[in-house]
Design a protein around this ligand. Structure first.
Ligand code: PAF
Length: 280
């Protein structure tokens, strides 16, 4: 592979990607906010298996952060990210904020369906509008054949599947599996906010998800299992925003035994908010 190109302007991005497309090459996009870890790298490798050229965007998107959230302190280790992608991605697109949101910018993607099921959206009411808006912009800029997202942000993936379907966007979406530390903790850029002890403790989230999924598979009722799981996390000093069993596709509550279930959790450990999920 030739050296990874780094561009920060849409016009330059379009020149490169347009050349590849003109040569009949298939293009994959992996949108990220940087602070890359093994989870992102695994998505880039998966992208490579589905396309000839891989574009990775690195953009800390202000519109998906609420004023009370960590936009200013969100990690931006660009040089380390560039090195992590060297030899893996064909192009890194890392635009400044004013390139993605030009003066006078006023268009937003309004989301409903899986974006309004009272999970993440209950605690971050403007988050998915910001995610959908920036991802739609990236899709228009790159025009990828395929785009890859981490399954760790399960609600985000369902929201984007809905957007692509509703807006007839000609892109295939793929979810890459959550990559975990040996303890089971889902890798996340926000894990940097945890100290060593908190990182070990946070593994309880996945252990609880797993034992709840096993309980439901073994025939226990979802309601009783989830209530017990909530109690385990609360007792272990997590502030639990939600711990829910939902329809795996619509993310709505369901009691239909024919529907596949997915368990989703958001919990705060001291000042760090963590999310995770598991299929039943
Ligand atoms: O999952 C993320 O890192 C972000 O929400 C995304 C999809 C890159 C949009 O900013």
């Amino acid at each position: 592979m030739s050296a990874t190109q780094v561009v920060d302007r849409v016009v330059t991005l379009r020149e490169s990607v347009g050349g590849w497309r003109g040569a009949g090459q298939r293009i994959a996009l992996v949108p990220t906010m940087g602070a890359l870890h093994e989870g992102h790298v695994s998505l880039v490798r998966l992208a490579k298996a589905h396309a000839d050229k891989v574009v990775v965007s690195i953009f800390v998107n202000p519109t998906q952060f609420a004023p009370t959230e960590d936009l200013a302190k969100y990690p931006r280790p660009f040089e380390a990210d560039r090195q992590a992608l060297s030899g893996l991605a064909d192009l890194i697109f890392s635009p400044p904020v004013e390139e993605m949101y030009r003066p006078g910018d006023s268009t937003r993607i309004q989301v409903a369906g899986p974006a309004t099921v009272r999970l993440e959206d209950r605690f971050r009411p403007t988050h998915f509008e910001g995610v959908a808006t920036v991802v739609a912009k990236l899709f228009h800029q790159v025009q990828p054949d395929v785009a890859l997202f981490g399954e760790k942000d399960y609600q985000q993936f369902r929201v984007l599947v809905q957007m692509v379907q509703d807006l007839h966007m000609p892109v295939e979406l793929l979810a890459g599996p959550t990559i975990r530390a040996p303890s089971g903790l889902a890798l996340s850029s926000r894990n940097r906010y945890l100290d060593e002890e908190e990182r070990e403790h946070a593994a309880i989230i996945y252990q609880t998800l797993r034992s709840c999924a096993e309980g439901i598979r073994a025939g226990d009722t979802p309601a009783s299992v989830m209530e017990a799981g909530f109690a385990v996390l609360s007792k272990a000093d997590f502030h639990v925003d939600y711990f829910e069993a939902r329809d795996a596709e619509t993310l709505m509550p369901t009691e239909d035994p024919e529907r596949a279930l997915h368990l989703l959790v958001a919990a705060r450990l001291n000042t760090t908010r963590l999310i995770d999920n598991i299929a039943v």
